[in-house]
Design a protein around this ligand. Sequence first.
Ligand SMILES: NC(=O)c1ccc[n+]([C@@H]2O[C@H](COP(=O)([O-])OP(=O)(O)OC[C@H]3O[C@@H](n4cnc5c(N)ncnc54)[C@H](OP(=O)(O)O)[C@@H]3O)[C@@H](O)[C@H]2O)c1
Length: 295
Amino acid sequence: MNILLLGGTGQLGRECLLRAGPDLRIVAPTRQELDLAAPGGIEAFVAAQDADVIVNAAAYTAVDKAEAERDLAHVLNAEVPGRLAAAAAAKGIPLVHVSTDYVFDGRKGAPYRPDDPVAPLGAYGASKEAGERAVRAAGARAVILRTAWVYGPFGGNFLATMLRVGAERDVLKVVDDQRGTPTTAADLAAACLAIAARLVDEPSEPGGTFHFTNAGETTWCGFARAIFEIAGPRLPKVPQVLAITTAEYPTPAKRPADSRLDCAATLARFPVIQPDWRAALAATLDRLLQRTNDA
Ligand SMILES: NC(=O)c1ccc[n+]([C@@H]2O[C@H](COP(=O)([O-])OP(=O)(O)OC[C@H]3O[C@@H](n4cnc5c(N)ncnc54)[C@H](OP(=O)(O)O)[C@@H]3O)[C@@H](O)[C@H]2O)c1
């Protein structure tokens, strides 16, 4: 299978590239080769590729900054996916596009199903929701895969932040009234590639909107505590983690209070594996701390 991957330098993109091999060729243009902030060249670029499927892992992901950079967020998260989907449709190849739990307002009080009404609270979520609509409107055979709380051994994320500030401070105050599911970029990459393969192998697979996270749920505070419980014996210093409320930690963008995603339809339809979030965290910490020790 030949994949055209957008966003190969990001958390998800890097994990996809690690899975490349003789049977899985992945072409991932750099920002210099294809600057998505000036998306006029996307159609010609896609047309020139020898790809069986496109995986879009590129996005504007700075949730708070998006409030002040709405136009750029819209280009990356709405215009680019729409153009990619149109280019995929023109070429007759499918698309896997990654979206977010932040398309929901978090007021449902139960895990969101793919067809639940969307109501983003901030500019980032709104731009991603517009991207979903643009993909659907373009008429490509596409899977829109919403995920949440992505982290891994590469790049800036909650895990990296906790380990950094945990090494500097004795006490960390972490929000305990936002529920969701931490999801490793590695497990998300495996899911994206499995879905891409199914779209390529089964032309009758129509695609649609689906959810993928690791299994289980927690809060950001629960996530932080789990990080230090699991990694603690291997860290020089373990901070105390205190629970605070969202109101005590104001941010430019409002976030959903409960963005758990119901992944049942994805598991029923595609050959994806959904490890428990704590097991996935332990595996990620093993990789990260091994790398740190080796360095
Ligand atoms: N991170 C999360 O917690 C989270 C949660 C829910 C959903 N998601 C979704 O999951 C997907 C993957 O997220 P991620 O965390 O892997 O993202 P990420 O680490 O922030 O990576 C974003 C990627 O987009 C690329 N990109 C941004 N602007 C670009 C431009 N102008 N031209 C070319 N490339 C550009 C980046 O390239 P550079 O390296 O050159 O900047 C990078 O490869 C996204 O669709 C995101 O919305 C993420």
